[in-house]
Design a protein around this ligand. Structure first.
Ligand SMILES: *[C@@H]1O[C@H](CO)[C@@H](O)[C@H](O)[C@H]1NC(C)=O
Ligand SMILES: *[C@@H]1O[C@H](CO)[C@@H](O)[C@H](O)[C@H]1NC(C)=O
Ligand SMILES: *[C@@H]1O[C@H](CO)[C@@H](O)[C@H](O)[C@H]1NC(C)=O
Length: 836
C-alpha cells in the first residue's frame, strides 16, 4: 500500500468510528475509583480478591437484563456499577489487527508490527521465536490499550490442522502436523498471555480456535456454515484435537472458540460433549468458550439445526458456551428463559466465566496506566526498531529453499543487473495476509532487491489472477532478456486464497504458469522463482526446468518480507540482539541456555533454515481427492491416498519438513536404546506378554513412567554458517492403522562452518511413542519402532516386563545397558550437550 493509500485508509477508518471514539487516548476500564470513590467498597473492584470471588460478586449485583447484555461480544455500559462498554473481539494472529473492531488504528497509532503470516513463522521451527513474537505482540497490544486503541481479549491463534493444501485459511495456521501446531500454540499463547509480574494475571487473553475439525471454508459450493465434517474417532484423537488439548492444558489459554461447522452431525457450538465434556471437563479450561461470529445464528438460520432461535441459544449455553460473538444470544436469551428452555443460572455460569477472564487481564482493576506492570507502555513501544527487526527475522527464518541448482544461491552482491518480474514483486498489503492490521512499514520484494542491485522491474501480470487482459508478456520478456539474473515473484493473494475462499487447483493462478515459462525461456541469465503464498503449488514443471536454478517459498512474509527475501537471496542475516533463552530437557536434567546476544558470524553467508510445515502435492491429488473428505488415513479399497506426511501414500513433490540449505548439515550418529521394556503389574491383561499394544490408560497407572534419551551429532560440513532444524520422526509398528511415521520432537540449532553440536531429545515412551487406536484411545504399540533423523535410522524394540504388584518401583530398565550407537557413526566419547 502506498503511503497515500494508507493515509486514505486511516482517514476512512476515522470516519467509520461512530460507535466509539477512535481518537480516544484514554483506555477503557472498569472500577474507576478516582472518578467514583464509592466503587472502592465493591468486592468486584477489589484487586486483592481472587478473580472467581470478584466475578461472583459482580454477577450477584446484576439484573437479568444486564446479565444477558454481557453475553454478546459488544457489551453495553452499566454506569451504575462503573462498567463501560467493552468489545471482546480483537485479533492478533501475527500482530495487532483491526479485524473485529476491539482494536483500531489512528493518527496516534498509525500501525503495529506486522509479523509474517503464521504458516511462514511455523516454517522456522523455532519455538523461542514463536514465543518472542507472542510477547512483542502483547506488548504492543498493551501499549495500544493504554491509549484506548486495543482490547485485552484476542481471538488468536488459529490452530486448525492444515489438512488440505487448498484451504484458504491454511496461511493462518502452523501447518499440517499436530506436534508442530501444538508447540506453536503453547509458545505463542505463552508469549501473549504471560504476565511476568503476577502469574495469576494475564497480560492479554489468547483464544485457541476454531474448535474443531474446521478447515473447509468455501469449496465448490460447500460452505463452512453448513459443512458437516465426518471425522473418525481415530482422526479426531490424533489429528484434530491435539493442538486444542495442548493449547488449553499446557498453553493455559484463557479461551477456546467453537467453529461454524458440524462435526458428525452436530454443530460444535451446540455439542455438550465437545464443549463441557472435553474442553471444560477433560482439559479443565480456565477461561471462556466463545462462538465464531455468529455460530448460534448459523446453527438456527443456516443449519436449521434447531426449530427456534431460543432452542439454539439454550442448546449452546447448556453445551458450555459462555460468550456469543454477535447479537443472537443477547436477542433471544430472555425469551429462552421465559419459555423455560434456559435458566438464569445458565447465564450466571457463562458470564462468571467471562468476567473471571476480564478480572485476570485487569479490566476491573482501575486505570491500567496507573496500576499494574504495563502502565508505562504507549505509542513509543509500538513499531520499535527491535520489534521491526523481529518481524524481519521471523520472515528470514521461515523462508524455504526448494531448489538450488549449481548452488546458484546465495548470489554475491556485485555489479550485475536483475530483472524483477511478477504480480507479487511489488507486493505490500499482500505480504500481510489474513487478519492483518496496519503495519509499521512495507518493504516489498522490489524494494528489498533494489537496495542491493540494479533492478529492472516489469510486473508481467497486473494481478495474481493474471488473465489475458492483465498479462503483459513482452515487457517482462524484454527485461529478462536484458538482465544478468531474473527473479520472478509469483504466487497468490487474498483474491485466490483467504477466509471464505478455498482454491480448486494447485496450479499457479490464471496465466502465471505461462508468464513463468515465457519469461524463463527469454531470460539471459539464471531464473530464481519466488512464491509468495499461503500454501503450496504444483511446481513440477518449474523443478524440471533447468533455467530455473533457484526456487524459494516465502509464505506471506509480513511487513518486511521483501527485505527478508533480499537477505536470503544474498545470504545475509543479522541475528537480533534479543536474548534467546530456551530450555532443553533431557531425561537426566534440564538446563537453560542463553545465546550470546551479540553473536558474530565468522562467515559472510548464512541461511536460517526454514522447512516446509506442509506437504507439497501434485495437482492430481486435488483433482482426485475432494476437499470435504476429512479422512486422514488412506483407504486402499477405494484408492483414497490419505493426507499429510503422516498418512499420504502417494509420492509428494516435497515432504513435510523439506528445505534445503546453503551449507551442508550431516547427522553423525544416533545414540538411543536398542530395547525398551514397559513394566506391567501382574493384574494387567498384557502381563503375560501376549498383547501387541498396551492401553496408555493402563500403562501409565503404575511402573511405566519411562523416558529415554536419543542423542546425535550434527555437523556443519559446508562452508557457510547456518541454522538447522533436527526433526526426529518415529515409525511405529503397523498396528491400529497408525501413522506411517510421526514427528516426535524437533530442535533448531545454529552452527558455524565446520562446527559440530550434540542434540539430545528426551522421549517419553507413553507420550511420544503411543498411537490412537480405532476408537480414539491411546495405546503404546509393542514391537519394532524406527526413529529417523534425515537419512539416519535407528530401530529399537519395545517390549513388556513384569513388575511386582506391590513394593518399590523397580529401577528403570533404561540404565546404560542397552544403548546402541548407530552403525553409521561411532558413539560420542563423552556425554556433552553444549556446543562442541
Ligand atoms: C479488599 O479485600 C481485602 C481482602 O479481603 C480486604 O482486606 C480489603 O479491606 C478490601 N479492600 C477494600 C477497599 O474493601
Ligand atoms: C481480466 O480481469 C479483469 C479484472 O479482474 C477483468 O476486468 C477483465 O474483464 C478480465 N479479462 C478477461 C479477458 O477475462
Ligand atoms: C530462534 O529465534 C530467535 C529469535 O529470533 C533467534 O535469536 C535464534 O537464533 C533462533 N534460533 C536458531 C537456532 O536459529
Amino acid at each position: 500500500m502506498s503511503p497515500l493509500l494508507q493515509f486514505l485508509l486511516l482517514f476512512l477508518l476515522s470516519l467509520l468510528c461512530f460507535s466509539h471514539d477512535c481518537d480516544a487516548q484514554v483506555p477503557v476500564f472498569a472500577c474507576d475509583v478516582g472518578a467514583n470513590p464509592s466503587l472502592a467498597a465493591l468486592p468486584f473492584c477489589n484487586a486483592t480478591l481472587d478473580p472467581l470471588s470478584r466475578a461472583k460478586d459482580l454477577v450477584s449485583r446484576l439484573t437479568l437484563a444486564e446479565k444477558i447484555s454481557f453475553m454478546g461480544h459488544k457489551t453495553v455500559d452499566t454506569p451504575r456499577l462503573g462498567i463501560p462498554a467493552y468489545n471482546w473481539w480483537s485479533e492478533a494472529l501475527h500482530g495487532v489487527s483491526f479485524v473485529g473492531g476491539g482494536s483500531h488504528f489512528s493518527g496516534l497509532v498509525p500501525g503495529a508490527t506486522s509479523f509474517p503470516q503464521v504458516l511462514l513463522t511455523a516454517a522456522s521451527f523455532n519455538v523461542s521465536l514463536f514465543e518472542l513474537i507472542g510477547e512483542v505482540v502483547s506488548t504492543e497490544a498493551r501499549a495500544m490499550h493504554n491509549v484506548g486503541h486495543a482490547g485485552l481479549t484476542f481471538w488468536s491463534p488459529n490452530i486448525n490442522i492444515f489438512r488440505d493444501p487448498r484451504w484458504g485459511r491454511g496461511q493462518e495456521t502452523p501447518g499440517e502436523d499436530p506436534i508442530l501446531t501444538s508447540k506453536y500454540a503453547v509458545a505463542f499463547v505463552a508469549g501473549l498471555q504471560r504476565n511476568r509480574h503476577d502469574p495469576q494475571k494475564l497480560k492479554v487473553a489468547a483464544c485457541c480456535k476454531h474448535y474443531t475439525a474446521y478447515d473447509v471454508d468455501n469449496w465448490k459450493g460447500v460452505s463452512r456454515f453448513t459443512f458437516n465434517a465426518i471425522v473418525t474417532e481415530q482422526d479426531m484423537a490424533d489429528t484434530f484435537q491435539p493442538p486444542f488439548k495442548y493449547c488449553v492444558t499446557k498453553g493455559a489459554a484463557a479461551c477456546a472458540m467453537c467453529s461454524y461447522n458440524k462435526v458428525n452431525g452436530k454443530p460444535t457450538c451446540g455439542d455438550p460433549d465437545l464443549l463441557s465434556g472435553v474442553i471444560r471437563g477433560q482439559w479443565n479450561l480456565n477461561g471462556y468458550i466463545v462462538t465464531d461470529c455468529d455460530s448460534v445464528d448459523v446453527m438456527y438460520n443456516a443449519q436449521r439445526y434447531t426449530k427456534t432461535p431460543e432452542e439454539a441459544v439454550a442448546l449452546s449455553l447448556k453445551s458450555g458456551l459462555d460468550l456469543n460473538c454477535g447479537t443472537f444470544v443477547v436477542e433471544h436469551a430472555q425469551n429462552a428463559i421465559s419459555q423455560g428452555k434456559l435458566l438464569e443460572a445458565d447465564v450466571d455460569k457463562a458470564i462468571t466465566n467471562t468476567f473471571k477472564v476480564l478480572m485476570r487481564v485487569g479490566f476491573f482493576d482501575g486505570d491500567p496506566r496507573k496500576v499494574g506492570p504495563y502502565g508505562g507502555l504507549g505509542p513509543k513501544d509500538i513499531c520499535t526498531p527491535s520489534n521491526k527487526q523481529l518481524a524481519l527475522e521471523a520472515a528470514h527464518q521461515g523462508i524455504v529453499l526448494l531448489k538450488n541448482q549449481d548452488n546458484i544461491l546465495p548470489l554475491s552482491p556485485g555489479s550485475f543487473s536483475m530483472a524483477v518480474i511478477g504480480p507479487n514483486a511489488k507486493a505490500t498489503v499482500t505480504m500481510l495476509g489474513n487478519y492483518n492490521g496496519l503495519p509499521c512499514l512495507y518493504v516489498s520484494p522490489l524494494d528489498g532487491l533494489s537496495a542491493t542491485v540494479k533492478t529492472i522491474y516489469a510486473p508481467g501480470c497486473d494481478y495474481v489472477t493474471c488473465n489475458a487482459t492483465s498479462l503483459h508478456l513482452e515487457p517482462a520478456k524484454a527485461a529478462a532478456a536484458q538482465a544478468d539474473v531474473t527473479v520472478l515473484v509469483v504466487g497468490s493473494d487474498y483474491t485466490v486464497e483467504v477466509e471464505g475462499l478455498d482454491r480448486e487447483t494447485l496450479l499457479f493462478p490464471g496465466l502465471q504458469g505461462q508468464l513463468i515459462d515465457e519469461v524463463t525461456a527469454a531470460s539471459k541469465g539464471p531464473v530464481i522463482l519466488v512464491m509468495m503464498s499461503g500454501g503450496p503449488f504444483d511446481i513440477s514443471a518449474q523443478l524440471a526446468n533447468p533455467k530455473i536454478k533457484g526456487i524459494l517459498w516465502i509464505g506471506i512474509p509480513g511487513q518486511s518480507g521483501g527485505q527478508a527475501l533480499a537477505d536470503v537471496i544474498f545470504g545475509r542475516y543479522n541475528p537480533s540482539k534479543y536474548l534467546y533463552i530456551y530450555t532443553q530437557s533431557f531425561c537426566s536434567f534440564r538446563y537453560m541456555h542463553a545465546d550470546n546476544p551479540s553473536l558474530t558470524l565468522s562467515s559472510l553467508y548464512t541461511f536460517s533454515g526454514g522447512k516446509s510445515p506442509f506437504t507439497w502435492y501434485h495437482e492430481s491429488f486435488v483433482q482426485n481427492v475432494p476437499m470435504t473428505d476429512m479422512r486422514m488415513r488412506p483407504d486402499p479399497a477405494t484408492g483414497y491416498p490419505g493426507r499429510t506426511f503422516r498418512f499420504y501414500t502417494g509420492k509428494p513433490l516435497f515432504k513435510f519438513g523439506h528445505g534445503l540449505s546453503y551449507t551442508k548439515f550431516t547427522h553423525l550418529q544416533v545414540r538411543a536404546p536398542r530395547t525398551l521394556s514397559l513394566g506391567l503389574g501382574e493384574e494387567h491383561p498384557c502381563y503375560s506378554g501376549n498383547c501387541n499394544s498396551i492401553s496408555l490408560a493402563s500403562a501409565t497407572e503404575r511402573c511405566a513412567e519411562m523416558s529415554f534419551d536419543v542423542r546425535l551429532q550434527v555437523h556443519n560440513s559446508g562452508d557457510m554458517a547456518g541454522s538447522h532444524t533436527v526433526l526426529l520422526f518415529n515409525k511405529p509398528p503397523r498396528l491400529h492403522n497408525a501413522p506411517k511415521e510421526q514427528l516426535v520432537a524437533f530442535e533448531k540449532i545454529f552452527l558455524e562452518p565446520g562446527q559440530r553440536s550434540s542434540v539430545a531429545f528426551c522421549l517419553d515412551v507413553c507420550k511420544d511413542l503411543s498411537v490412537a487406536d480405532e476408537n480414539g484411545n491411546w495405546r503404546v504399540p509393542l514391537g519394532s519402532h524406527v526413529l529417523s533423523v534425515g537419512d539416519l535410522e535407528h530401530t529399537f524394540t519395545l517390549t513388556v516386563y513384569s513388575c511386582p504388584r506391590l513394593g518399590p518401583q523397580p529401577p528403570t530398565p533404561l540404565s546404560d545397558a542397552s544403548f546402541l550407537s548407530n552403525p553409521r557413526g561411532s558413539p560420542p566419547k563423552e556425554r556433552r550437550f553444549d556446543r562442541d
